[in-house]
Design a protein around this ligand. Structure first.
Ligand code: ARG
Length: 582
């Protein structure tokens, strides 16, 4: 249990001893630090419950609290607010506990198995900024869940099954009709056939094919046929599909690698295929399907529901499955193979309805255990300075690769080439650029849109990823310089700036729990900045290395070490990697 949680329990016991029952006590950080570290505002609700004067209740509680030497400056203000501060002796013990193990400053969650679906890259299409957000937020949530003791399994869930793939295969056929994939008389193996196509060709083929389909009804129809061909595993077509997926997947992996995003499972929509038959059978047995204009649908509207809720498309009129079908079949697969407690889906705000439909249908079909929580975690858009989705200079949709290049260029402008060794420049630029991009993306509450300004977010002086990296490197370098000095025992606080750092450290468990509960990283992103800034203020006003008082010097080094370790932990949760030097 974290230090702050155990303090809360002690206070709850004191309140009980004073004669009052309280549900679950939480300490509130004081709005008036001049009056105390924390505020206890519970006398007012207790007054209603016990029909007593709140000030009398506050007096009773105060008397009880005064028996505990951990607390000082207990005073009552206004109608019955209790201000309270922590004694130095207690804070010193707390710091020593953190120094033994940083985990003493974290509250674990009851262990749960969570599948997180936060990739969603589409095969043969370039990744775009929306994919950055799901990957970035999802990866950080996964790391947070693991830190808090959950089992979390990330799945890339590639878009590898739908009509876009039919379009790509068709266009390949148009360009290279003589490839053996399209030759019905070819009986050999496809393994050694060299496809004259790279990933960047694929990224051009898709938009071209998609445009053709828009303007040409025949082409569109041909692409539909192509889709059912590979979905039905027709020889040649299915093999070409596999090849295309392979080429594209390799490229997608390198982008995720750069972003420090790793999936435990590299599955795709197509992996749900083997569950589709069973899914259709269940839906028909449960009599939840209907025919509509040749298609098979599920009416998911609830009785008496007034807002519009379109039915879920289970099978298209040509018999092929839809995005909804693969998501439902994937739920079956996840239930049967992994038996999770929760499944989290990260996708941009436009997909909210899709997930509502899928969740409702999966309950109606009962393909997932009742206790399993299905959760959609939406997010807003990354915008440019014009407030519209981030675009390239000529107004085209920004691919994720282009965005990364743009941020790297900006990073090079700020890099201190005197410090970074020549052969480390590229690696360092990449780490700083990722920190720039990822931190800016995690800083706002996830569902709000935000404006990404590359110059602002790569500034080492601001509330930015580079500032956090730079400060953390400096802490490490101080500790290295002090490696010959004692760094074991914390015994003196010394001044208000260092006390402020300790009070901030005590907040950590609350921040982690809140972030997890709200499934947004903004509080952690904000907190690591606050902790770093407070530490930097303390660092600037104390010459630690030349401090004459050895006890004080040792205490400050211990504190530095704890902040350094806490930063490493938090930056790792946010998915930021710290370079050697910058
Ligand atoms: N591939 C989809 C897209 O790019 C996102 C997939 C989200 N996950 C899911 N299980 N549907 O929009």
């Amino acid at each position: 249990m974290s230090i702050i949680k155990s303090i809360e329990q002690e206070i709850e016991n004191h309140i009980r001893k004073a004669g009052y029952e309280i549900e679950e006590f939480t300490l509130k950080i004081s709005d008036r630090p001049d009056l105390g570290d924390y505020q206890i505002n519970d006398s007012m609700p207790l007054a209603k419950k016990y029909h007593k004067n709140p000030r009398d209740i506050a007096e009773d509680i105060k008397k009880e609290l005064e028996t505990n030497t951990k607390f000082i400056n207990i005073n009552i203000a206004g109608p019955g607010f209790i201000n309270i501060s922590l004694a130095d002796g207690f804070l010193i013990d707390a710091v020593n506990q953190m120094n033994i193990d940083i985990n003493n400053n974290i509250d674990k969650k009851p262990p749960r198995k969570i599948i997180m679906d936060y990739g969603g890259a589409n095969v043969a299409k370039s990744l775009h900024v929306g994919h950055l957000r799901s990957a970035n937020i999802g990866e950080a949530l996964k790391r947070l869940a693991k830190t808090l003791g959950c089992e979390a399994i990330g799945d890339a869930h590639l878009g590898d099954y739908g009509r876009p793939l039919g379009l790509v295969l068709l266009e390949i056929q148009k360009r290279y009709p003589l490839l053996p994939y399209f030759d019905p008389n070819y009986t050999g193996s496809y393994d050694d056939i060299k496809l004259p196509i790279t990933n960047s060709d694929l990224e051009q083929i898709y938009p071209e094919a998609s445009l053709k389909a828009k303007n040409d009804e025949n082409y569109l129809e041909e692409s539909r046929i192509m889709t059912s061909r590979f979905q039905n595993h027709e020889r040649g077509y299915y093999d070409l599909w596999k090849k295309v997926v392979e080429i594209s997947k390799e490229d997608i992996k390198t982008v995720y690698d750069q972003l420090n995003v790793y999936f435990e499972l590299w599955k795709g929509e197509s992996d749900a295929e083997e569950y589709i038959e069973e899914l259709l059978k269940i839906c028909k047995e449960k009599k939840i399907t209907q025919k509509s204009e040749g298609a098979l649908i599920i009416d998911i509207k609830k009785e008496g529901e007034t807002s519009p809720m379109p039915p879920l498309l289970l099978l298209k009129s040509n018999g092929t499955s839809s995005y909804e079908t693969t998501d439902l079949a994937t739920i079956m697969e996840r239930q049967q193979k992994y038996k999770p407690d929760e499944i989290w889906y990260l996708a941009d705000a436009r997909q909210q309805l899709h997930f509502e439909q899928v969740f409702r249908a999966s309950r109606m079909a009962n393909i997932v255990d009742e206790h399993v929580k299905l959760e959609y975690i939406g997010f807003g858009t990354m915008n440019g300075s014009d407030g519209k989705p981030f675009k390239t200079r000529d107004g085209a949709v920004m691919s994720l690769k282009n965005l990364i290049d743009l941020v790297k260029d900006e990073t090079r402008k700020h890099l201190n080439y005197d410090i970074v060794e020549k052969d480390k420049v590229e690696e360092t630029v990449s780490l700083i650029a990722m920190a720039t991009l990822k931190y800016a993306d995690l800083l706002p509450f996830r569902s709000t849109d935000y404006i990404f300004n590359p110059a602002k977010f790569s500034d080492v002086e601001g509330k930015t990823g580079p500032y956090l990296l730079y400060s953390t490197i400096r802490m490490k370098s101080l500790l290295t310089k002090a490696s010959g000095l004692n760094q074991n025992n914390y015994s003196i606080i010394g001044n208000l700036d260092s006390r402020d750092v300790i009070m901030t450290l005590l907040k950590l468990p609350t921040i982690l729990t809140k972030s997890f509960d709200l499934k947004s990283l903004n509080d952690i992103a904000d907190y690591v900045y606050t902790l770093t800034s407070k530490y930097n203020k303390f660092y600037a006003s104390n010459k630690i290395l030349i401090e004459k008082n050895q006890q004080l010097q040792e205490s400050w080094l211990v504190l530095t070490n704890i902040v350094y370790k806490t930063n490493l932990l938090l930056l790792d949760i946010l998915g930021l990697k710290v370079p050697e030097k910058m």
